[in-house]
Design a binder for this molecule. Structure first.
Ligand code: GSH
Length: 231
């Protein structure tokens, strides 16, 4: 069985979930909900850098989400058809990682207004560039003439932006069409309807992460050091 170990939320595991979904690979979410559970996972020796997410698949222990998405891209034929396609996949996916980070940090911001302002500013920088890339490539996809993992990770990031700012794709029609196209993939559509898709991150998720990692909460939250263990 394919198992994905991570917090009980989307975070850095979500691109892996979307790539498993497009490959139509059944998987189990293995939520790590306590510091003891994380210590036990670390004690298995399956985490080469002591970090999550961990994907157990094909008898392998995959770490580093960007390596994991690329493994799943090669496995399912989502890396284009040429070196040039692969290069564009990597360049777009690299930009998406920078773009997606703002969405990942949104729930950790002191107010919704601050989160939305930072997302809008980030979209203003990257949105028109993604749109231009789609226009240049001309196939409706970011690289190649068919869907690749770059499109999948981009749509995943956009799904998070859209939850905060529903109008954000109003002036980027190619990006909107790409988003709709990725969401129409059978495996992805099924995944997004399933119970395996966690809700967007809120305070519960922020608290969960800090408690499992025994780290400080964002300073605006009450008693921000409540999980920090004093040696
Ligand atoms: N570049 C890594 C980042 C992994 C990472 O920072 N994981 C965090 C949880 S989101 C973690 O395990 N932190 C504990 C640690 O670094 O010891 C990836 O994308 O997989």
């Amino acid at each position: 069985m394919t198992r994905l170990h991570y917090f009980k939320g989307r975070g850095r595991a979500e691109t892996t979930r979307w790539m498993l979904a497009i490959n139509e690979i059944a998987f189990e979410n293995m939520p790590v909900e306590t510091p003891e559970a994380l210590a036990a996972l670390r004690a298995t020796g399956k985490l080469p850098f002591d970090q999550m997410p961990l994907l157990e698949i094909d008898g392998l222990n995959l770490s580093q989400s960007t390596a994991t998405t690329r493994y799943l891209a090669r496995r399912g034929g989502y890396y284009g058809d040429s070196d040039d396609d692969a290069l564009w996949c990597d360049m777009v996916a690299g930009a998406v990682a920078d773009f997606a980070e703002t969405a990942m940090q949104a729930a950790f911001q002191p107010t919704k207004e601050i989160a939305v302002a930072s997302l809008r500013a980030r979209f203003e920088k990257f949105g028109p560039r993604f749109e231009r890339r789609l226009a240049e490539n001309g196939s409706g996809f970011c690289a190649s003439t068919r869907i690749t993992f770059a499109d999948v990770v981009l749509a995943e990031a956009l799904s998070a932006y859209l939850e905060w700012c529903g109008d954000i794709l109003g002036s980027t029609p190619l990006l909107k069409a790409l988003y709709d196209r990725v969401l129409s993939e059978r495996g992805i559509a099924r995944y997004l309807r399933s119970e395996q898709r966690y809700p967007m991150a809120g305070d519960d998720y922020v608290i969960d992460v800090a408690s499992v990692l025994q780290r400080a909460l964002p300073p605006h939250m009450p008693n921000p050091n409540r999980f920090v263990s004093v040696p």
